[in-house]
Design a binder for this molecule. Structure first.
Ligand SMILES: [Zn+2]
Length: 254
């Protein structure tokens, strides 16, 4: 007998929480229903088929029963576990932060495939040793903010509108300034051309082409500074995983 309340959604596990002795509450980012919460009965038992598939970073097809007030996971067809990520201590923390940011932006009832694709490509990049994790973080943060429509203006001067001789970033204007306007303002700092190009590239390029470049140390430093300032202005929520990540990187660096 067909059950109309059973639907299949495609997406990713972004967080899990234990419920009682044996169950888990899962937050899924899906193409069909957006961000949803579902219960995985028995998922805390090690021999349950749901115990491995209801974990953060799992990407696949989730068969869920839609009850009156909640979803219940019945079966998972796992496409990718990103297992290597879980065993990489630092990589996993970057991954948890990326999931928390996706959770912040994820909405119920809308097609979240763009966000899912971004996460998928970002996890693949984390597994690629040729791209530094800090660069991946900046790219991901800038792109997720761009997708949500709030991002620094990197193309034209935020004071006079010209696109030539861009040389400064203005903190108050949240965007670049030309040589003339930037030198008049007190809140500007100079940035190099490569920083401007790299950030324009991230804003405008398709997700599939985001992680195919590297930058010099100075450029990464400037990108980080701009993206950090912008993010802390626009994201009012305290991101726990970001605090952990920052304390870990300080430990690692110093
Ligand atoms: Zn100007």
């Amino acid at each position: 007998m067909a059950d109309n309340n059973i639907i299949t959604v495609t997406g990713m596990v972004i967080s899990t929480m234990p419920v009682g002795e044996t169950d888990r509450r899962i937050v899924l980012l899906t193409k069909e229903r957006g961000k949803i919460t579902a219960f995985a009965k028995g998922a805390k038992k090690p021999n349950s088929p749901l115990s491995a598939s209801c974990q953060p970073f799992v990407f696949g097809e989730f068969e869920v029963y839609e009850g009156r007030t909640s979803y219940n996971i019945r079966n998972v067809n796992v496409k990718n576990y990103f297992r290597e990520l879980v065993t990489d201590f630092y990589g996993a923390y970057y991954g948890f932060y990326f999931l928390e940011l996706a959770d912040y932006y994820g909405r119920e009832g809308i097609d979240e495939s763009v966000l899912i694709t971004l996460l998928y490509q970002t996890f693949r990049a984390l597994l690629n040793e040729n791209i530094p994790n800090e660069l991946i973080k900046v790219i991901y943060e800038l792109k997720i903010m761009t997708i949500n429509g709030e991002y620094p203006e990197m193309t034209v001067c935020t004071e006079c509108g010209t696109d030539t001789d861009i040389a400064y970033y203005s903190d108050n204007n949240n965007g670049v300034c030309c040589k003339i306007c930037g030198s008049r303002r007190g809140d500007c700092f100079t940035i190099c051309d490569s920083t401007i190009y790299a950030m324009q590239y991230i804003i405008f390029s398709p997700i599939g082409k985001l992680y195919n470049f590297n930058v010099k140390r100075e450029v990464l430093y400037e990108m980080r500074m701009i993206v950090n300032r912008f993010r802390s202005k626009y994201i009012d929520k305290k991101l726990k995983s970001l605090e952990i990540l920052e304390s870990l990187s300080n430990e690692k660096l110093g």
